[in-house]
Design a protein around this ligand. Sequence first.
Ligand code: UDP
Ligand code: MG
Length: 135
Amino acid sequence: MERTLAIIKPDAVQRQLVGVIISEIEKNDFHIAAITTQRLTAAQAASFYDKYRATPFYDSLVATMSSGQLFVLLLEKADAIQAWRRLMGPTDPERAEPGSLRRRFAIDLQQNSVHGADSPETAEKEINFFFGERG
Ligand code: UDP
Ligand code: MG
């Protein structure tokens, strides 16, 4: 079993897509080990995406990620990190496979509905960011 951190982003929560996304997570045999809702402050969103501080999209990314409620999930499955990234599809929804979550639900490159950790190291860091001791 591997674990990963998934987020249903504010654009998807606002459009009431939480149920359909969690349904896809269950259909794809992930175990939901923990789930929480959270509204990030701008400072917390800035810290979460700190490695993008130098990019031109950083300020608007921080603004969109702190614009509303998040659903944050700790997922478990064999090869969970890559399996969740496959189900999400690539960052740019226009490049995503037809059945993927980003192809189905993303508004654009930035408001792309879901987040997933990209390596075992970031998964543990992100799980700790949101779940701390409970992770
Ligand atoms: N993002 C953006 N513009 C870009 C690239 C990324 O707004 O040109 C946003 C987008 O919301 C993305 C997040 O920044 O999900 C993190 O980028 P990353 O490259 O880590 O993509 P992900 O891991 O989410 O696929
Ligand atoms: Mg990433």
